[in-house]
Design a protein around this ligand. Structure first.
Ligand code: AQP
Length: 336
């Protein structure tokens, strides 16, 4: 397959909190698998991060840190574009146009808005509400065919598809209607202390998540302390034993072993055995990533080179899409 005939893959993560094992399993790991068969663009979506309060200097550092973690996890800068969202101004421009095609009722139905406005009830701002429109713009700007995400983003992706179809219907064929790629397993890793909630990278309780950069002892300790039920038997029953089921899912995605085989291996053993082994497995998966990260993060020239190249190539595609969009909706072209 030639570079130009490859389907376009786009995904992004907002630089908030600590990139966690949920993001790794639900998103990053799949980006790495899919990058060679696609023309891939991976975003650090910094404009999205503004929907919750940020400390500016920390946000700035986190953008570079996330980029370095993408590379340490296996994203190849020779193969894929890596872009900071705010470096391509067309994201915000397209978002404005698409907001004129999105209904309040649609945004009102978004469960992430409901969940985040409960979590950040001191700051329920308009951007938090219109976040899915900016996400649609991120995707449609690059005519993405495939968008790998965790299960929590499925609803936003469906909205992006609806908006694309609406635009195409109103103004003629313009946008590719994107397909979601949701992993069969690991699409929703749960919080370690509260297995009824999703593991989230900006959770204030750091015991709820395993950060990609957590030191080995911290990883072991967090898994050891993960909430499970008071039973003894190791079986996979997400309804009755959600904490244990979450650990089994993690075990399975990190080792590529089937859950039923893991359950069989641990017959007659205790939860503590499973937790101990899972702690070692997580350390083994994350240690090489951490080593790589510690080298990359020091090389600001290398990182800036990747960002410059990413912004230039992404802007080229984005300008093409935007001039088409502005023309179709009836705006006057810039005089030449
Ligand atoms: N627990 C999870 N299990 C599997 N996948 C997950 N993702 C997030 N949490 C899990 C996926 O990781 C990507 C990150 O997307 P995002 O940065 O836009 O934020 P999010 O979906 O709101 O993720 P977080 O971790 O919950 O961020 P915070 O706490 O900062 O809001 C997406 O592909 C997501 O599906």
């Amino acid at each position: 397959m030639t570079e130009t005939s490859k389907p376009v893959l786009l995904s992004g993560i907002q630089p908030s909190g600590h990139l966690c094992i949920g993001n790794y399993v639900g998103a990053l790991k799949n980006w790495v698998t899919l990058q060679s068969s696609h023309k891939s663009i991976f975003l650090v979506v910094d404009l999205h991060a503004l929907t919750v309060k940020q400390v500016p200097s920390e946000l700035r550092n986190r953008c570079l840190s996330f980029l370095a973690q993408y590379i340490a996890c296996g994203i190849d800068p020779e193969q894929s574009l890596m872009v900071i969202q705010s470096h391509v101004s067309q994201h915000a421009e397209l978002s404005w146009v698409l907001s004129s095609l999105t209904y309040m009722g649609e945004l009102n139905r978004m469960t992430q808005f409901k969940e985040k406005s409960t979590r950040h009830n001191e700051n329920i701002n308009a951007a938090l509400f219109s976040y899915p429109i900016l996400m649609a713009a991120d995707i449609l700007l690059y005519q993405a065919d495939l968008v790998p995400v965790g299960a929590d983003q499925k609803q936003h992706l469906e909205l992006a598809r609806d908006i694309a179809q609406r635009f195409n219907h109103n103004y003629s064929e313009t946008f590719t209607v994107p397909q979601p790629y949701i992993p069969k397993q690991g699409a929703r890793i749960m919080s370690l202390q509260d297995p009824a909630s999703k593991m989230s990278k900006s959770d204030k309780n750091l015991n709820n998540l395993i950060s990609i950069l957590d030191p080995p002892d911290v990883i072991r300790k967090k898994i050891k302390r993960a909430v499970t039920d008071s039973g003894k038997e190791i079986i996979y029953q997400p309804e009755d034993k959600p904490g244990l089921a979450n650990l089994l899912v993690l075990f399975s995605v990190l080792t590529n072993k089937k859950i039923q085989n893991i359950v069989a291996d641990y017959q007659g053993k205790m939860y503590s055995h499973l937790k101990e082994d899972l702690g070692e497995i997580a350390v083994e998966v994350l240690a090489p990533i951490q080593d790589e990260y510690s080298k990359i993060i020091k090389d600001k020239k290398y990182l800036n080179g990747i960002l410059k190249n990413g912004a230039e190539q992404a802007s080229y595609i984005a300008r093409k899409t935007m001039s088409k969009v502005y023309r179709k909706v009836g705006l006057v072209p810039y005089p030449r």
